[in-house]
Write a protein that binds this ligand. Structure first.
Ligand SMILES: [Fe+2]
Length: 466
């Protein structure tokens, strides 16, 4: 696999250093949102109201062992569902709170409860096409598959979004963790929000969409804010972070959450507006400690937008390294952290027992360093903690068994023309990286659990300041 790496000897693009604030390169953008404007104009001429559009932006989340919630825009307000295609049950949707504002909607949310676990259900919105949702496996169960991607965007602005989503759909995952910078609505306009939620329908009709928030969801409140995201998802075990008054809709609920899926406890982390991480670390400790004591849980997996380790455009966050290191020392089931933010793929060797995977390749442009011949801001060759990295679009698949998590990384579309260049060459769909993560202490040679004294010493260490 390493042989696939083809270093660019002489990179032909200009050497202007990309601004750190600009993590969305514009090269490779395609048409402006003219198609949507034309569609809306045509609908107005025909006298159609929003509610007469078929449902779109359809996606669902796992909200518990026996429940899911479906969110969509337009169409009918009723979802019919059942274990057979007869769809013998129905639920009426309500307007979500907070209400998304990317378009006129209407936005709808239907909470479906009282389901059997580990069961496939058929559903239809307003008599539209049949799709399926699946409740989680029994507690402690395994044999499921999920994908992780961040830094996605919409297909009207980035030409690779549709291909990247199609590659995920081909894998037929049970759910997809989307680790922030979902739409770039705050950079390119509100059309991108609606476009994104339509683009992901390649998989989100039949696989759960489990999000985390990135900087682009909240840090430019004049052009987008968390209403468009908190309002589109019903999250399991939703948690509030302290609000940052400079940024409306931070805090107040659905800032992070956790859920169990079979033998894994998944714990999201918020984006670091003021106070959010310190609060999270304290409260995540309780969520993880409970999982440590739970014999049904074999693994703890964290996911969020920012990297603790990255040699890409955005370097790792020392504060997050500190928090995750402390959490792992106390909770050895924590074995994997999944993030985006740097638009590349990178996997670390275990850091204090935790493998970190950056999967910032959901379709928006890659983030290469220009001018030096090395596309990685963290330098070439890779840092010693970096096990494998690729400046290339990829699809990251995780498959969970009772005694291991298997990672398989598929080659996605090439970066594109102009300055959007790759550092590996691979055939789309081929495997460029694979890895296996074992439960703590199971694999021969795995580090031994810390002693009580070591744990105490670790606990007394002050958390690094931000
Ligand atoms: Fe980001």
């Amino acid at each position: 696999m390493m042989a696939l790496r083809l270093r660019a000897q002489h990179r032909g693009f200009h050497s202007r250093r990309p601004s750190r604030a600009r993590d969305v390169a514009r090269v490779g953008r395609v048409n402006p949102p003219a198609i949507r404007v034309v569609a809306i104009a045509a609908a107005c001429i025909l006298g159609l109201t929003a509610a007469t559009f078929p449902a779109d932006e359809v996606h669902w989340t796992i909200t518990g062992q026996n429940s899911v919630t479906v969110d969509w825009r337009g169409g009918d307000a009723e979802v019919r569902y059942g274990t057979t295609q007869a769809l013998d049950r129905r639920v009426e949707a309500v307007a979500p709170e907070p209400l998304p504002f990317s378009s006129r909607g209407p936005f709808r949310e239907a909470k479906i409860t009282g389901l059997d676990q580990n069961t496939l259900y058929y559903y239809s919105i307003g008599g539209g096409p049949l799709h399926t949702f699946r409740t989680p496996p029994p507690r402690g169960g395994s044999g499921f598959t999920f994908y992780v991607q961040g830094d996605i965007g919409g297909s009207l602005d980035w030409k690779h979004v549709a291909e990247c989503q199609a590659l995920i759909a081909e894998g037929r995952p049970d759910f997809v963790l989307c680790v922030g910078d979902l739409t770039y609505g705050n950079s390119v306009g509100q059309h991108a929000v609606d476009t994104h939620f339509n683009d992901v329908m390649r998989w989100s009709l039949d696989a759960a969409y489990m999000p985390a928030w990135g900087n682009h969801e909240w840090d430019k409140p004049r052009s987008d804010d968390l209403r468009n995201y908190k309002g589109r998802f019903d999250l399991p075990n939703p948690q509030s972070s302290p609000a940052d008054r400079r940024y409306p809709y931070t805090g107040g609920g659905e800032d992070w959450y956790w859920f169990d899926y079979g033998n894994v406890r998944f714990v999201a982390y918020p984006d670091p507006w003021s106070g959010a991480w310190a609060d999270w670390a304290q409260r995540a400790e309780e969520v993880m400690a409970e999982a440590e004591d739970d014999t049904a849980i074999t693994f703890i997996v964290t996911f969020g937008h920012r990297p603790a380790f990255s040699s890409g455009e955005h370097e790792g966050e020392p504060e997050l390294q500190g928090f995750l290191g402390t959490l792992r020392a106390r909770n050895p089931k924590l074995v994997l952290n999944l993030n985006g933010h740097s638009h590349d793929y990178e996997r670390t060797y275990p850091q204090g027992g935790v493998v970190h995977v950056t999967a910032g390749t959901g379709g928006s442009n890659l983030e290469e360093e220009s001018g030096s011949g090395c596309p990685w801001r963290g330098g070439c060759p890779e840092p010693p903690w970096s096990a494998f990295r690729a400046m290339h679009h990829v699809a990251v698949r995780l498959h969970v068994e009772n005694d291991r998590i298997e990672g398989t990384v598929y080659c996605g579309p090439a970066g594109g023309g102009g300055s959007n260049t790759n550092d590996i060459a691979c055939a789309q769909g081929s495997v460029i990286d694979s890895f296996t993560i074992y439960p703590y202490g199971l694999k021969p040679g795995a580090p031994k659990p810390p002693s009580e004294e070591e744990e105490e010493a670790q606990a007394k260490k002050p958390a690094p300041g931000r």
